[in-house]
Ligand binder design. Structure first.
Ligand code: NAI
Length: 704
């Protein structure tokens, strides 16, 4: 029976697990807690071991197995990652749902890997943890799929910094199984022998619970709520009663790597362990489960972005061609490899890519690297860059084109395939890298500044195309000491310009919490500000029909140049709306007449009289008006059989709903605010059948 590869992405769950404090204590006893860590065992001020969350896994695993058509005789729990978002309360319900993310093929007779990911929330609405489970299907390999990316944790070449010895009792599985995993392998002699073991074996997740307790005891004693992430690979079975040793290396502040060893046989039972912890505020920006591509990440700014993203949970594709500062040379794999090693040494996940962003194939391959290694792309930072400075007349075509190719075409080449993935999944963050030189100008850099402003143009439209799919696109203008700036900026200044001082802005802009899109931010030296393109109100010269003479512009020059009252547009429609408005002379304003309507109620009272029955032949429509603010309310008009009925309140099935603030509505109805301008400026919102709204002008003639 072949694996059902079509099950990838299929929703699994939700499963609800009701629990009381007794379940939490039973789990704690099952993983060896006792008087030494009474906070897990005594209902007074009870704290729940974060790995208790794993007891939600059994329904999910069963569904993963059946949906996948896996051969049940060969399944083992391969790897387990838990990302903790909030402490588990002592009682309530845990609600879990997720999906199968990948099938990997290790080859015929070598098995397959099934990766599932699920989220668990508490009945109080809080997100508790994300769980990524890898099932090893020993008997299902050889289906012709891709092998899983290597995922090895780098262990320091020194004795462990901490060692915790534990002695699970010979009866431990009998307690542990009461938390949900009642598989016979852990209790039934006959079954265990059939499966090839001498006797029932320990649950891998029971040993996992011992490790969790030990890690908390080592780094955050008494404060399990500070555990952030725990990841590991189950390597060998363990018989009950065998003593174990948890060996731990601290690799960074708030991060450790660990293994569990069978103290008697010295065999590694659990490998590739990572534990993250810390006193981190709730508003912490995390990238757990996110996949990020950083181009040009082998050095300078890109390296710091990649490291920080990985530290905060992202899986990172470290792209770097490894060429010279001007882009020449054959390139080198060393810069990207080095950064990947740095990330792994910190317990993070990363893969290297050495493609050239300046080619279409290079861009496609960078995105493919992310898909192959991690299955998706959530974040793209277009950062790769070179310089070929020359004054304009010395700027030969190859130096002009070379710089545009890396910066501007490079961003196009990588963003396009990444955008396709993001559009499909309905989420994405893209960051362009411009430069103060581009924004404000810099002698000798026409090629670079043109490319850097080209990136702003790319962002301006991509933000619009991405909006519907929650793809935000922003631009950073960094200043930092790097290979690019070492001979441009004054040496004293360079010491102060650490790339790390730029990183917070890049990370914020590619995070889930950042809702901005289409903005440009300067970042350097720890100073951050926004840059915007603004447009002054200008002057209307002439009547829009006859062509004004240049001399007329001279007369109005002060007004045309002034930025007083300037505004920022979100797109060209907004700007054209203002342009059109400049020529539409509002009747009341131009004639000096006093406004006709004093309130929204006046408007709807007058509506039947304004209705032109002859113009409404064949019209069958219901308009709903929702007028907010002082004097507002809901009204609807039903137009049918050349009649118009206006009623206050909501209609059950309007064709078209118009929403507006009462003051704006009165301005519009009194001729001070053209309807087109109201719409393009967002003051008038139209929902439902937008085309029907155009009938309003046709069937009403207002006599203000
Ligand atoms: P850097 O030279 O330290 O890093 C750029 C990286 O991009 C290098 O490792 C390089 O090998 C890689 N790269 C170059 N061409 C590539 C290609 N075709 N494909 C893949 N990788 C390639 O420079 P830095 O300062 O970190 O610059 C990063 C970005 O920030 C660039 O886009 C740069 O223009 C921009 N920037 C930097 C400023 C600064 O003050 N450092 C100021 C304004 C903008």
């Amino acid at each position: 029976m072949a694996l059902n590869l079509d099950a990838v992405g299929k929703k699994i769950g939700p499963f609800t697990k009701d629990y009381t404090w007794k379940d939490a204590v039973l789990y704690a006893l099952g993983v060896g807690a006792g008087f030494s860590d009474l906070e897990y065992c005594y209902e007074k001020d009870l704290k729940v071991i974060p790995s208790f969350g794993i007891t939600t896994i059994y329904d999910f695993m069963a569904e993963v197995a059946t949906t996948s058509n896996v051969n049940l005789a060969g399944i083992l729990h391969g790897e387990q990652e838990l990302i903790f978002h909030n402490p588990i309360p002592p009682e309530g319900a845990m609600i879990t749902e997720g999906a199968i993310k990948h099938y990997y093929d290790k080859g015929k007779d070598k098995g397959a890997l099934i990766v599932g990911e699920f989220e668990t929330s508490h009945s109080n609405g809080q997100k508790l943890f994300t769980s990524i489970v890898t099932v090893f299907a020993r008997l299902d390999g050889g289906f012709g799929g891709e092998n899983a990316p290597a995922k090895e944790v780098a262990f320091p070449d020194r004795d462990p910094d901490f060692v915790v010895d534990a002695s699970p009792s010979a009866d431990q599985p009998l307690i542990y199984r009461l938390s949900g995993d009642v598989f016979q392998l852990h209790v039934d002699q006959e079954f265990a022998e059939m499966a090839g073991f001498e006797k029932p074996i320990m649950h891998g997740l029971c040993t996992h619970g011992y490790a969790c307790r030990s890690l908390i005891q080592t780094f955050i004693p008494g404060e399990p709520e500070k555990a952030r992430r725990m990841d590991c690979r189950f390597k060998r079975p363990l018989y009950p009663g065998m003593p174990v040793r948890i060996v731990i290396w601290k690799t960074d502040e708030g991060r450790a790597v660990w293994k569990v060893i069978n103290t008697e046989t010295k065999e590694v039972v659990i490998d590739n362990g990572v534990f993250e912890y810390g006193d981190i505020p709730k508003t912490e920006i995390r990238f757990d489960g996110r996949v990020a591509i950083v181009t040009g990440a082998g050095a300078g700014l890109g390296r710091t972005y990649a490291l920080e993203l990985a530290k905060r949970g992202a899986k990172v594709v470290v792209n770097d061609l490894g060429g010279a500062r001007d882009g020449s040379g054959d390139g080198s794999q060393a810069p990207a490899d080095k950064v990947v090693d740095e990330i792994k040494a910190l317990g993070g996940e990363a893969v290297a890519n050495y493609d050239n962003v300046a080619t279409v194939d290079g861009g496609a391959n960078i995105v493919k690297t992310a898909l192959d290694a991690f299955g998706t792309v959530d974040i793209l930072i277009n950062n790769a860059g070179i310089l070929r400075d020359k004054s304009f007349l010395k700027m030969e075509p190859e130096n002009w084109a070379g710089v545009l190719d890396v910066h501007l075409n490079g961003a196009y080449n990588v963003s396009r395939p990444a955008f396709a993935v993001m559009k499909e999944k309905g989420y994405g963050r893209i960051l362009m890298t411009t430069s103060a030189a581009g924004l404000y100008g810099n002698f000798g850099q026409t090629n670079y500044t043109a490319a850097k402003m080209g990136l702003v143009g790319l962002m301006n439209t991509l933000k619009l195309e991405g909006r519907k799919y929650s793809i935000n696109v922003n631009t950073i203008a960094p200043v930092a000491a790097s290979r690019l700036t070492e001979d441009i900026l004054p040496p004293d200044f360079l010491d102060k310009l650490k790339p790390e001082l730029v990183t917070p802005m890049a990370l914020y802009l590619v995070s889930e919490v950042c809702t901005a899109s289409g903005n440009i931010y300067n970042a350097g030296l720890g100073c951050f500000n926004r840059v915007a393109m603004v447009t002054g109100p200008g002057a209307v010269v002439g009547d829009g029909q006859s062509v004004p003479a240049p001399e007329q512009l001279v007369a109005e020059w002060e007004k045309i140049t002034s930025l007083q009252g300037a505004r920022e547009y979100q797109d060209v429609t907004e700007q054209i709306g203002d342009l059109l408005a400049a020529f539409s002379k509002p009747a009341a304003a131009s004639t000096g007449e006093t406004a006709g309507f004093g309130s929204a109620t006046d408007v709807f009272d007058a509506m039947p009289a304004a209705f032109v029955a002859d113009a409404a032949s064949g019209v069958d429509v219901v308009f709903q008006y929702i007028i907010s603010g002082e004097g507002g309310g809901d009204w609807h008009s039903v137009i049918k059989d050349q009649t118009c009925r206006v009623t206050s309140g909501s209609h059950a099935k309007p064709n078209c709903t118009l929403k507006m603030d009462a003051a704006d509505f009165l301005d519009m109805m009194n001729g001070k605010l053209p309807a087109m301008q109201a719409y393009t400026s967002g003051k008038l919102k139209i929902e439902g059948d937008i085309m029907k709204s155009q009938l309003i002008e046709k069937v009403f003639k207002w006599n203000r």
